[in-house]
Design a binder for this molecule. Structure first.
Ligand SMILES: Cc1cc2nc3c(=O)[nH]c(=O)nc-3n(C[C@H](O)[C@H](O)[C@H](O)COP(=O)(O)OP(=O)(O)OC[C@H]3O[C@@H](n4cnc5c(N)ncnc54)[C@H](O)[C@@H]3O)c2cc1C
Ligand SMILES: NC(=O)c1ccc[n+]([C@@H]2O[C@H](COP(=O)([O-])OP(=O)(O)OC[C@H]3O[C@@H](n4cnc5c(N)ncnc54)[C@H](O)[C@@H]3O)[C@@H](O)[C@H]2O)c1
Length: 483
């Protein structure tokens, strides 16, 4: 690499979010560099979404078949572990990013391999195998460096050695016994996956429920199913000490006694990856999230040149929502800084300001969808009842047992699941929805459309769900609202 380079826009971090920012910004002809110090594609492609979902898929399919008379008898064995791991290897391309790099090259984005750190306004140093390069951004820098696991300071844990989600999703040797610390999304998904793969799993949960961001009933349904699968779920419990010897890892759980396992997975949350980014050179705090406004501009920095998107902001924590923010920031950067932008489309500043314009990530505020690929699957969007009330909304909750719709009868013999709508009574619109049950994820997008569109219930009444599908629950929910 030449010792100095200059681009219109420099994107730091080539995960799903950084790739989308770079793509969007470069489409209008701005020159864009993407800096990545590991694999282009980031966490989601190689150690998070994709491998974790592959590890979960075989067990989910077997479970679905087991619920259908006529198919159940054909399920004569357990998950084929080696075949699952081989499929995982295929999906992560053997942790080789060649195909993603080919795409970056094909759309004309310059890929700079190395670790980027800011050294001042619009200036970075990229340290790679070839040495250090100074990279200047004529217009904007967008940070999309993702997040890293938080490891609790449990005495002995560091010395004993532990897994994070990276070791779990890249597993080669399935442990006979696995302890999972944390009852959030990673903890729950990995408890299911490793049980399917043959581990004896103990889930250690500090609080009194699973999936604390979801409706409480969703966490309860998952806890019940996990226990039915054989997972030991311990609430109100924390590891107080850990040590490893020749027999494995031993966790002291205080009043809950001890647990002896082969490996321990730490799934106690993530924090924005901003520790070694040179943030202090632009007046920001290293290690803290990069706080942004709705146009994804970093607050606390003058000059309007620094943007951020994805996990690094603490504003989004999923790939889909991070990519949404990436599309917004890519469009904002292209609109603000493209030489022809003002002439072609009128004053950019005016276009920017409206909520729900393509230059504002308004959905982050009240319409974020989340799916947990556990058993049962849990999917929600917008506010839970508790969040809505905390926000001062006068809400009504509509609940329906999914087992009572005709589609559920067809789907499985003992179909179990639930649906909840949180309705803002003052406006007559849905502000939140939660579905729990087989393939709940596929019910979610209709709810997301209703929440984003603020579609009044009396109008939703005219959106007729097909018979016999599980989505007929929409009809039942609206009937229970008095329509
Ligand atoms: C186990 C697990 C499962 C998940 N499953 C799902 C799921 O099913 N669906 C979903 O939507 N979300 C899921 N998520 C969340 C999802 O993985 C993240 O939200 C997403 O990866 C965030 O993307 P990002 O681009 O912001 O960050 P990352 O994917 O972390 O990308 C950041 C990139 O920046 C690079 N980088 C960092 N610092 C520098 C630097 N200074 N210089 C150069 N490069 C740098 C990193 O190497 C990395 O490639 C899961 C997370 C985990 C942990
Ligand atoms: N399907 C998906 O979309 C998906 C899947 C996996 C992860 N993710 C994302 O990745 C992020 C990280 O997931 P996660 O499960 O690690 O975080 P999380 O925030 O969902 O859950 C962490 C859990 O650990 C607990 N905890 C925190 N500190 C603890 C301690 N010291 N001791 C014991 N328990 C402690 C918390 O109370 C919480 O229940 C999430 O934001 C999630 O949205 C998404």
């Amino acid at each position: 690499m030449p010792a100095e380079q200059e681009y219109d826009v420099v994107v730091v971090g080539g995960g799903a979010v950084g790739e989308n920012v770079a793509d969007r910004a470069s489409r209008t002809g701005l020159s864009v560099a993407l800096v990545e110090h590991a694999l282009v594609g980031g966490e989601c492609s190689y150690w998070a979404c994709m491998p974790s979902k592959v590890l979960l898929r075989a067990g989910a399919v077997l479970d679905a078949a087991a619920g259908v008379p006529g198919a159940a008898a054909a399920v004569t064995g357990d998950v084929d572990v080696q075949a699952v791991l081989a499929r995982r290897d295929e999906v992560v391309h053997g942790w080789d990013d060649r195909s993603q790099v080919e795409w970056v090259d094909s759309v004309g984005i310059a890929l700079l391999r190395g670790h980027a750190r800011l050294t001042g306004e619009r200036t970075l140093v990229v340290s790679g195998d070839d040495g250090e390069t100074t990279v200047r951004a004529r217009r904007a820098v967008v940070v999309a460096t993702g997040s890293e696991p938080v490891v609790p300071p449990v005495p002995g844990l560091a010395e004993a050695g532990f897994w994070t989600s990276r070791e779990a999703t890249s597993v080669r040797q399935v442990p006979a016994r696995l302890a999972v610390l944390g009852g959030g999304v990673v903890g729950v998904e990995m408890a299911v996956a490793f049980t399917d793969l043959g581990s004896e799993v103990t889930l250690v949960v500090r609080g009194d429920r699973l999936l604390a961001g979801a409706e409480p009933t969703a966490g309860e349904a998952v806890a019940t199913e996990l226990r039915a699968m054989g997972v030991r779920v311990l609430f109100g419990t924390q590891a107080t000490a850990v040590h490893r010897d020749d027999d494995g890892v031993h966790l002291d759980l205080g009043d809950a006694g001890t647990v002896d396992v082969t490996e321990v997975l730490v799934a106690t949350g993530r924090r924005p990856r901003t520790g070694s980014l040179g943030l202090e050179t632009v007046g920001l705090e290293p290690g803290a999230p990069l706080r942004v406004d709705d146009a994804l501009a970093v607050t606390g920095v003058d000059g309007g040149w620094l943007f951020a998107a994805g996990d690094v902001t603490g504003r989004t924590a999923t790939t889909h929502q991070g990519k949404y923010d990436a599309r917004v920031v890519g469009d904002v950067v292209a609109a603000r800084f493209h030489p022809d932008a003002d002439a072609a489309d009128g004053p950019v500043a005016e276009r920017d300001a409206a909520p729900w314009s393509r230059y504002r990530a308004t959905a982050d505020l009240s319409a974020v969808p989340q799916v947990v690929f556990s058993r049962p699957e849990v999917a929600w969007v917008g506010r839970t009842e508790e969040q809505a009330r905390r926000d001062g909304l006068d809400v009504r909750v509509l609940d329906y047992d999914l087992a009572n719709v005709a589609g559920a009868t067809v789907a499985a013999q003992d179909y179990a699941g639930s649906a909840r709508l949180v309705v803002d009574d003052a406006r007559g619109v849905v502000v939140g929805a939660t579905f729990v049950g087989p393939d709940a994820a596929e019910l979610l997008h209709a709810a997301t459309v209703a929440v984003v569109g603020e579609v009044p219930l009396h109008r939703l009444w005219h959106a007729v769900p097909a018979y016999p599908t599980v989505s007929e629950v929409w009809l039942r929910l609206l009937e229970s609202a008095g329509l």
